[in-house]
Design a protein around this ligand. Structure first.
Ligand SMILES: [Zn+2]
Length: 389
């Protein structure tokens, strides 16, 4: 397109590719393809094996495996689309990719570590167009909390409590659809929290997970719309600027003022049988009903399940309560230094409004600074990779 542009305006306009690109990306509501649609590695691998396989029988086997995988991934979406009456509420939730603070187009921003702001999309799923009033974004910063099972469980509890607060809600079953990330959604902490909610509200839950690699969700649609708005904002210095963009698509629920985090992980840790009687990573559907009903676990979408008891003997869901979790600063020291440097490079070091937000976050203890050489990876992994708890 740039080449065509140059041909068209040959000699009259001298526009470098970078400038063309910037204007194209920020001033036009156009896009190519869908960047969020990840390609499934299982499908790619199987297709490649099928192509090179010489043995006819083995080739047929591979084709069947791919077919089964595809049928299963479709079953997830037909579950999501199944028609429901008013006694059923369907909720989809997913974490959006991390948003950077400060966001800036200057070169330094590519190399500096930035502060992460997290947005957990939580939405009612109904037939038809996605409505703003069905979309909620739970947000927090890595200077406040980690990004793991406790945060997801707490947002879920907040959302469900709100949904079930009117006396005439009439809801008997809540269907949940989320991706299979074990650090955040598919773990014993979230499962045990659903049991606590089932007991408290006398409702049933059905939590459905997609086939790995095929997890395009209604939440992604909302995220895509937010991304489009964010693309037009080259510079973002404060969380409020992100909130404004998210408010165009849904409602922003802010950590600290609107919701808080509770230690559901500790509850699960102290009260669940160990070792668990089933492998949580293999489950596709989990059905939780108010006690004393057992938990039903299904490894396939359209098959019977097995029943399990999660709690240790003598424990009772109704009696369990999670304690509020204090703020946890997950920002590495090296990142704090980078953020400070970036604000200076952006000429913001004396802006009082900016300082009021960043100074408490970037305050570093000089002693600790000398011992911290750790390289910050993409995520604050406090809760993650912990054996699915
Ligand atoms: Zn696939």
């Amino acid at each position: 397109m740039y080449k065509l542009f140059c041909e068209q305006y040959n000699g009259t306009l001298d526009v470098k590719y970078k400038m063309y690109y910037n204007i194209f990306m920020t001033s036009f509501n156009l896009g190519f393809g869908n960047p969020r649609k990840d390609i499934c590695s299982f499908c790619v691998k199987k297709k490649a094996s099928i192509r090179i396989e010489q043995d006819r029988a083995r080739k047929q086997e591979l084709v069947t495996e791919l077919l089964v995988h595809k049928v299963r991934s479709r079953q997830f979406y037909s579950k999501l689309r199944e028609e429901q009456d008013n006694s059923v509420l369907t909720i989809c939730f997913d974490l959006m990719q991390n948003q950077a603070l400060p966001k800036s187009p200057i070169g330094e921003a590519y190399y500096a570590r930035q502060l992460w702001l997290y947005f957990l999309g939580m939405m009612r799923h109904r037939p038809g167009e996605q409505q703003k009033d069905d979309v909620y974004f739970y947000t927090w910063g890595e200077h406040q909390q980690a990004r793991g099972a406790n945060q997801v469980a707490s947002a879920l509890v907040h959302f469900v409590d709100q949904e079930l607060s009117p006396n005439d809600h009439g809801i008997k079953t809540i269907r949940l659809f989320s991706d299979s990330c074990s650090g955040q959604n598919k773990n014993y902490t979230v499962l045990s929290t659903l049991n606590m909610l089932a007991s408290k509200h006398k409702v049933s839950f059905q939590h459905v997970f997609p086939v790995r690699g095929h997890s395009y969700m209604p939440a992604d649609r909302a995220f895509g719309r937010v991304e489009q708005i964010l693309r037009a904002k080259e510079t973002i210095l404060l969380p409020e600027e992100y909130y404004a963009a998210f408010e165009e698509v849904g409602h922003v629920i802010k950590y600290g003022t609107d919701w808080g985090v509770f230690d559901f992980k500790k509850v699960a840790d102290a009260n669940l049988k160990k070792p668990p009687t089933f492998k949580i990573t293999e489950t596709k559907i989990r059905e939780v009903a108010p006690p004393p009903a057992p938990l039903t676990v299904k490894n396939f979408y359209n098959a019977g399940g097995c029943q399990h008891t999660l709690l240790k003997r003598g424990k009772n869901w109704r009696a369990l309560e999670a304690a509020p979790l204090d703020d946890t600063d997950c920002v590495k020291l090296a990142k704090k230094r980078d953020v400070k440097g970036l604000l200076i490079a952006m000429g913001q070091e004396n802006n009082e409004e900016i300082k009021a937000f960043y100074d408490p976050i970037c305050r570093t203890d000089e002693d600790a600074m000398e011992t911290d050489d750790s390289d910050d990876e993409d995520e604050a992994t406090v809760d993650i990779n912990d054996d699915n708890w």
